[in-house]
Design a protein. Sequence first.
Length: 279
Amino acid sequence: MTTTSAAGTLAGLPGRLVLVGAGTMGGAMLENWLALGLTPGNIVVIEPQPSAELTALAGRGLALNPSSAVAGAAAIVIAVKPQTASDVVPRLAGLIGANTIVLSIMAGTTLRFLEQSLPAGTACVRAMPNTPAAISRGITVAVPNRRVTAAQRELAHRLLAATGAVEWIDDETLMDAVTAVSGSGPAYVFLLAEALAGAGAAAGLPSDLAQKLARATVAGSGELLHRSPLDPAALRKNVTSPGGTTAAALDVLMAKDGFEAMLRRAVAAAAKRSRELAG
């Protein structure tokens, strides 16, 4: 089952929101939540190395690293590195009330781990966003455990949709492939821009011009893909004239050991590492 509805306003959250970890992804989510009407006074952030922006928000009512426990939070979003999960997650037990939803965006961290680390019966959602969340153009895949109610799922959806589209799945085993495709995927696109610029320079273009052409081409093509009703294969074919320059390049990229084969190996490697992180 999937859904991609927008977050809407976050005003009127049924309790306080606790964000554990406000690095790149956690910080992007926080910025978008505030833009959607969540007030600093309804937010608690646990972050050992707070940024200047977080400190400024603390002056506006946000609770930053409070000395006393925040019991019965409406939602706890865990956005720390997965390598620290075994140390961080059990410490959150005192924040969880009867209706709290725990939302994890830690790569490779399973629902089973969350359930074993938190009080029995805790409602948990495992999610995988990606870095375009910083500009509200991300996509997140989420999977709930059996304790999540319809109201809790809707709340989790609203929080995740603040950064872009949301897809829900019921089969957690798909999350390793999700991580490999969309979680790690932005890095593949950035590498494409980097490699295209390098190839342009090797073909004789000034380096700065090659960089501009590659960056604009990748960004513009992505926007066209976003707006067009056509699938990627159709868009590719629309650019390719028989016997033309694009066809000559695609003969190389689409060879048996070409781009598609390499990307399959890359995604497989990322999925394998996700499974290893899950233990």
